[in-house]
Design a protein around this ligand. Structure first.
Ligand code: DX5
Ligand code: ZN
Length: 214
């Protein structure tokens, strides 16, 4: 089954309770956390996740685009995140292992993320420790960017690693996913699709979420 994770980065931040209720036919709520250092943009932090938690029964999929996420993963878990993902580029391999351990110690799901220039093989040191791997299909930092179709061989490669080594792990893609590009993502082996602008920009959100399922 294909899961859809709308990114609230494209929502109206002045009305997040309503914006989350508008995506209630989705599978996850994707929350983009940016620190202005790992990426050139600043978004939201753990206090906002805490306020959002009681507004939805959907799992909160928290994508940390921050340097040294080990410093903050426990705060996001305590705030109510269900899945917390860390970029492999954001700290030493040792500290990423430790961050994943801290997330699991809080009883939450943990994942790793790779940027467009990072090879598929960068997930291998973590593959037995994660419930989700996220392959970026844009440079992280902003919504509304153009889908990078040249990431599809990497998605296929990560799919083959998952099938061989950790078959229950989910494979997520993030960036530029719309009712056209979703098809090649699904064909390449992704099972969770993040979509920001194409969901919140749609005239009928429920219909758009259904369309993204392929
Ligand atoms: C980009 C974020 C994405 C972004 C996707 O750094 O990680 O989740 O919100 O937005 P769209 O779907 O508009 O590309
Ligand atoms: Zn994201």
């Amino acid at each position: 089954m294909i899961k859809i994770a709308p990114s609230i980065l494209s929502a109206d931040f002045a009305d997040l309770r309503r914006e989350i209720q508008r995506i209630d036919t989705a599978d996850y709520v994707h929350v983009d956390v940016m620190d202005g250092m790992f990426v050139p943009n600043i978004t939201i932090g753990a206090p906002v996740v805490k306020s959002l938690r009681p507004t939805t029964s959907l799992p909160l999929d928290v994508h940390l685009m921050i340097q040294q996420p080990i410093r903050y993963v426990e705060q996001f878990c305590d705030a109510g995140a269900d899945i917390v993902t860390c970029h492999v580029e954001s700290d030493s391999e040792e500290n990423i292992h430790e961050a994943l351990r801290l997330i699991h110690a809080k009883g939450k799901k943990a994942g790793v993320v790779i940027k467009p220039k990072t090879p598929a093989s960068a997930v291998l040191p973590f593959i037995h420790e994660v419930e989700l791997i996220l392959v970026m299909t844009v440079e992280p930092g902003f919504g509304g960017q153009k889908f990078m179709a040249d990431m599809m061989p990497k998605v296929q490669q990560v799919r083959s690693y998952i099938d061989a080594m950790n078959p229950t792990c989910e494979l997520e893609v993030d960036g530029g996913v719309d009712p056209e590009t979703c098809k090649i993502c699904i064909a390449s082996g992704a099972n969770v699709l993040v979509a920001g602008s194409s969901v919140y920009g749609a005239p009928d959100i429920a219909q758009r979420i259904a369309a993204l399922r392929g």
